[in-house]
Design a protein around this ligand. Structure first.
Ligand SMILES: [Ca+2]
Ligand SMILES: [Ca+2]
Length: 268
């Protein structure tokens, strides 16, 4: 499998074989302290700013490196997770897809999957939609509620997005409907187009249809991933959680076979 930016130099590989994890960590910490003490404090509070030492005027990547180690903020496998972070969380800093399941490490972490476990993310939660699609793809979330005659409304919510290029999950929802209820006799009326069930009595499974469509947005010619959650709330404000989806937007119709992901903006 090919992921962008996985080419490593022989020297960087040899360097990392020579140093233990602890030694590399000490080297990076030392580089931070020498180059900018304030940056250490900022980095501790805001890990996503860990590359700040390199952004200071007059401090180049070469200056921040040492003869023995990579510069601060280095992302050797270009998966959006800096080498130092990868070492602390147990992923491979030289393999963008540590567990080899086709999902880059940063995509898995952003969407609450373990990048060291090939079984995650759960495949039944993954939905592929194509930038070239001419029709939406439907998912059918089912939510269990307990009613006392009130109204229940469904809605989609955006979760984390990664390599998203300005898009959030709800941008992918073309339309959604209230579809059916089980048992149907528990519901007085279904207002399909407003995702609403009226007069729900007792424990009931509410079925919705959510149509996902990426064909109307600008094509990016690479994969992007979005967390999408479906929820239901009653007219008193109580919220019932429904299923979560990992929506992967791909450039082609044969989406499951396309593995080129959009590049991360920076590492954290
Ligand atoms: Ca990395
Ligand atoms: Ca993976």
């Amino acid at each position: 499998m090919m992921l962008r930016g996985r080419t490593l130099t022989r020297s960087s590989l040899e360097f990392n074989r020579r140093l233990t994890t602890r030694e590399r960590s000490r080297t990076l910490q030392g580089m931070l302290r020498m180059s900018a003490p304030w940056c250490v404090l900022v980095s501790a509070a805001l890990p996503w700013l860990s590359a700040c030492a390199l952004s200071q005027p007059g401090i180049s990547e070469r200056d921040a490196s040492t003869e023995d180690g990579p510069p601060v903020g280095t992302d050797s496998d270009q998966d959006g997770i800096c080498d130092a972070t990868e070492e602390s969380v147990g992923t491979n800093p030289f393999d963008a897809d540590t567990d080899g399941d086709g999902f880059p490490d940063d995509v898995e972490r952003a969407l609450n999957a373990d990048p060291r476990m090939p079984a995650q993310p759960l495949r039944e939660s993954v939905v592929y939609i194509s930038e070239g699609a001419t029709a939406p793809l439907s998912v059918m979330p089912m939510v269990r509620v307990r009613g006392m005659g009130e109204t229940f409304s469904g809605y989609s919510a955006s979760g984390n997005a990664v390599r998203a290029m300005g898009v959030v999950a709800t941008d992918l929802v073309q339309a959604a409907f209230a579809s059916d209820a089980y048992p149907r006799a528990n519901v007085f009326r279904i207002l399909s187009e407003s995702e609403r069930f009226e007069g729900v009595e007792g424990t009931t499974q509410l079925l919705f249809e959510v149509r996902l469509f990426a064909g109307a947005m600008a094509p990016r010619d690479c994969r992007r991933a979005f967390g999408l959650r479906y929820l239901v709330k009653n007219n008193e404000g109580s919220i019932y959680g429904g299923p979560s989806y990992l929506v992967v937007v791909t450039p082609d119709v044969e989406s499951e076979n396309y593995t080129e992901w959009c590049p991360p903006v920076s590492c954290y």
